[in-house]
Design a protein around this ligand. Structure first.
Ligand code: ACM
Length: 652
C-alpha cells in the first residue's frame, strides 16, 4: 500500500514537471507576460491566461449545472453560497445539462493529462462560464479562480447592491507546480478556537492551499483530547494569561489562575477535518516531541528523566531556554520526554494510535526540533541508554528515539515526518523531512533520498516581522514580502521528485488573537501560494505587487486582516566620512513618495520629500516618515528614534 502511494507520487510529480515545461512554452505563445490588468488579478498566477473580448454578466437567476458525483456536492454548495451571499441573487443547481446554465462545472469524461489531478480550465464567454477538470479538486480550484474574476464585492459576507456582476471573457488553463501547498498554524502557543481554525481554512483555500499543518502540542499547551490520558487536557491545555512580549514574562505566582488556553475534543477534530476536506484541504497533525514537551511533562511528570519535573507547570511565556550560545539552547527546565524511559513509548503509542485514527492524512509530524542537550548530557538513565545501545552522541540519542517513534507511527499505517534536526543523529531512509533551518537541510535530505517539504525560515517564517522593527510587534527576525516572494522550493541540482512541496509557518508565541494571525499571514501567504502553485517562469515581482494590491481590496471586503507593511519605509543607515549618520529611505513598492520630518511633527505631502540620503540635524531626536501614492497617504506614520539609528550604524 505504501509502495503504491510512493509510486503514484513519483508518477504525479514527473508528469507535473513535464506539464510545466509544456505549459511554459504554450504560455509564451498566448501571453508574453503575466496579465498586468487590474481586471484580471489572480493569485496564485495561473499557468496560462488568454483574455478574450467582452464580458459575462451574472443574471439575477443563476443556475449552476453540475454532474451527480457526490464529491462535487461541496464545491457546488460553496459556489452557491458565495455567489448567493454577495449578489443576493437567486442561485439554483441542476444535474441535467441545460443550454441556459449560467455556470457549468464539468468533470472530464476523458482525462486531460495536461492539467493533471488538480488542474482546471475556466472558460468565460459572453454567454456562459464553464469550469472543467479531471478531478473534483480541480473544479474547486477553478471555482476559486472564477470568484477572483468577479468584482471584489464577491467577497462580501452580505448582499451588495448596485454592482454589475461581470467577469472578463477569458480562457484559463491552470495546474499546480507542487503537490504540497501548506500553511502551518501553531495553535499550541496560543489556542485558537475551532471556529477560528475554520476561518483560517476559509482564507487559505482562496489561494489554493491544500494542507493545514496544525502544531498541536508545545511547552505552552496540549490541544487535543486523548482518551485515557485526561491530564493532557485537564492540566496541559491551560496556563496563566499574560500579555506583552512573550518569552521573558515574569514567572507566574503559584496561586495565579491557570485558565488560559483550551483544546479540541475528538469530535471537534473530526468536524475540522470534515470542514477542511470539503474544501480540499488535508490537516496534518503535529505532536512536537521529545523537546517542546513541557505541557506533557506538567501533566505526566513521570515521562521526564528529571525528578524536579514534578514541580513543572505549563509554560506561560516565561524564559525556559537560554539561546545566547545559539542552537541547541541551554535548557533552564527540562522540557524533553525521556528517551530512556519505556513509559514514554507507551504514552506515545496511545497518543499516536488515536491521532492516526482521527486524521486521515498519510503523515504524522512528530516535531524533533530544538531538543536541548542540557539535561540529557548529565542524566544517568541517558548514560545507561547510550552504553546499552552504543550511542556516542546526544544527537544519536535523539536518533534512537526518532527511530522508535517512526516504528510506532508506521505501525498505525502512517508516515513519519519531522523537522530537519532529526537528520543530525541519523534517521531512517523512510523518514520525511520538513526543512526549516534553511534550504540547505532540505537539499541534503532530498539528495539522500528523503521526501522533503521546504519551509525555510529565511523565506517562509511568517511569524517574523514584515517591516521595520520600530513598526511591528517585536520578533527576533524579519521577513519582508519581497524576500518571501523570492522563495523557490525546488533547489537547483536536486531531483524534484523528492520535493513534495512547501509551506509557510505561523508560529504564535507573539500572536494573541485571530486578527493578528491574519495580519501575519497575508500578504506573505499570497507570495508562498505563488511559489508553490505558479510556474516558476511566470513569477514577476512587480506584477505580483499589483495583483496583491487588488487582493488587499478583496480582503478588506472579506474583513480579513492583512499587513500593509509593504507600503512602509525601509530604513538603512551608515556613517558618512565625518562619522555622522547618513539615512537612506526606500520602499518595497515602486513609485511611492516618501515625506519626512525631524521636528517631531507629523509629515504629510506638504513636508520635505525624500530624494537623497538624509543627515539628521544635530539636535534631532526623531525621524518621522510617511509614504504617499500621489496625493493619498498609503504607508503608516513611522517614528524612528535617532538613537535607534545611531545603534544600527554602530560605533561613532
Ligand atoms: C522550528 O521553528 N523550531 C521548527
Amino acid at each position: 500500500m505504501k509502495f503504491r502511494l510512493f509510486l503514484s507520487f513519483l508518477l504525479l510529480s514527473t508528469s507535473a514537471f513535464a506539464q510545466l515545461a509544456e505549459g511554459v512554452s504554450e504560455n509564451l505563445a498566448t501571453d508574453e507576460s503575466p496579465v498586468a490588468n487590474s481586471e484580471i488579478a489572480i493569485i496564485p498566477e495561473p499557468v496560462s491566461i488568454s483574455k478574450q473580448a467582452g464580458h459575462f454578466i451574472l443574471p439575477s437567476n443563476i443556475t449552476i449545472q453540475v454532474g451527480k458525483s457526490p464529491e462535487l456536492k461541496q464545491t457546488v454548495a460553496f459556489l452557491q453560497e458565495r455567489l448567493g451571499t454577495a449578489t443576493g441573487y437567486y442561485v439554483t443547481t441542476t444535474n441535467t445539462p441545460t443550454a441556459t446554465a449560467t455556470i457549468r462545472l464539468i468533470l472530464n469524461d476523458k482525462t486531460d493529462a495536461y492539467i493533471g489531478q488538480e488542474g482546471y480550465h475556466v472558460s468565460v464567454t459572453t454567454k456562459q462560464v464553464t469550469v472543467r477538470a479531471n478531478q473534483p479538486a480541480g473544479l474547486f480550484y477553478g471555482v476559486q479562480t472564477l470568484l477572483q474574476l468577479l468584482p471584489k464585492e464577491i467577497e462580501s459576507k452580505e448582499a451588495v447592491k448596485g454592482i454589475k456582476w461581470s467577469a472578463p471573457c477569458v480562457e484559463i488553463t491552470d495546474f499546480p507546480r507542487l503537490a504540497w501547498r501548506g500553511l502551518m498554524f501553531d495553535v499550541a502557543r496560543h489556542f485558537f478556537t475551532k471556529q477560528e481554525v475554520k476561518q483560517y481554512i476559509d482564507a487559505m483555500v482562496r489561494y489554493k492551499y491544500n494542507i493545514l499543518h496544525l502544531h498541536l502540542a508545545d511547552d505552552e499547551g496540549w490541544r487535543i483530547e486523548i482518551k485515557g490520558l485526561p491530564k493532557l487536557t485537564e492540566v496541559g491545555a491551560w496556563n496563566v494569561k499574560k500579555v506583552g512580549p512573550f518569552g521573558d514574562f515574569i514567572p507566574p505566582k503559584p496561586d495565579e489562575p491557570r485558565n488560559y488556553g483550551g483544546f479540541y475534543t475528538q469530535e471537534d477534530i473530526k468536524e475540522l477535518i470534515a470542514y477542511a476536506k470539503a474544501r480540499f484541504v488535508d490537516i496534518m497533525p503535529e505532536i512536537d516531541v521529545p523537546g517542546h514537551s513541557l505541557a506533557v511533562i506538567a501533566s505526566y511528570p513521570e515521562l521526564s528523566c528529571t525528578p524536579e519535573a514534578v514541580n513543572y507547570k505549563v509554560r506561560s511565556g516565561e524564559k525556559i531556554m537560554d539561546w545566547s550560545r545559539g542552537a541547541p539552547p541551554i535548557a533552564l527546565v527540562d522540557n524533553t520526554l525521556c528517551p530512556a524511559n519505556e513509559k514514554v513509548y507507551v504514552f506515545l503509542d496511545t497518543v499516536f494510535s488515536q491521532i492516526a485514527k482521527l486524521f486521515p492524512f498519510d503523515y504524522i509530524h512528530v516535531g524533533g526540533d530544538e531538543v536541548s542537550h542540557t539535561f540529557w548530557e548529565k542524566n544517568d538513565q541517558i548514560k545507561e541508554l547510550m552504553k546499552r545501545e552504543g550511542l556516542k552522541t546526544i544527537p544519536e540519542v535523539q536518533s534512537y528515539f526518532e527511530r522508535r517513534i517512526e516504528k510506532i507511527i508506521n505501525a498505525k499505517g502512517k508516515k513519519f515526518m519531522a523537522w530537519d534536526e532529526v537528520l543530525e543523529g541519523g534517521v531512517s531512509q523512510t523518514a520525511a523531512v520538513m526543512s526549516w533551518r534553511s534550504m540547505k537541510y532540505g537539499t541534503e535530505a532530498a539528495k539522500a533520498g528523503h521526501e522533503v517539504v521546504m519551509s525555510p525560515k529565511d523565506y517562509a517564517y511568517i511569524d517574523y516581522m514584515q517591516a521595520d522593527a520600530v513598526m511591528e510587534p517585536k520578533i527576533y527576525a524579519s521577513l519582508r514580502l519581497g524576500k518571501t516572494y523570492e522563495f523557490d522550493p525546488v533547489p537547483e541540482g536536486v531531483n524534484p521528485i523528492y520535493i513534495k512541496g512547501a509551506q509557510a509557518n505561523l508560529w504564535t508565541e507573539q500572536i494573541y488573537n485571530m486578527r493578528h494571525a491574519e495580519y501575519m499571514t497575508w500578504p506573505r501567504g499570497f507570495a508562498i501560494a505563488e511559489s508553490v502553485w505558479s510556474p516558476k517562469e511566470k513569477k514577476n515581482w512587480s506584477n505580483f505587487l499589483s495583483r496583491t494590491e487588488q487582493h488587499f481590496k478583496r480582503l478588506d471586503i472579506a474583513e480579513t486582516k492583512y499587513a500593509p507593511s509593504v507600503y512602509d519605509p525601509i530604513f538603512s543607515v551608515k556613517r558618512s566620512a565625518d562619522r555622522n549618520l547618513l539615512i537612506t529611505l526606500a520602499t518595497e513598492v515602486e513609485g511611492l513618495d516618501i515625506y519626512y520630518s525631524f521636528d517631531n511633527s507629523f509629515p504629510d505631502r506638504f513636508y520635505p520629500k525624500y530624494t537623497a540620503p538624509l543627515a539628521p540635524p544635530v539636535d534631532a531626536k526623531m525621524l518621522k516618515v510617511i509614504t504617499y501614492r500621489g496625493k493619498e497617504p498609503i504607508g503608516r506614520m513611522t517614528n524612528m528614534p535617532i538613537e535607534e539609528l545611531e545603534k544600527r550604524a554602530g560605533k561613532r
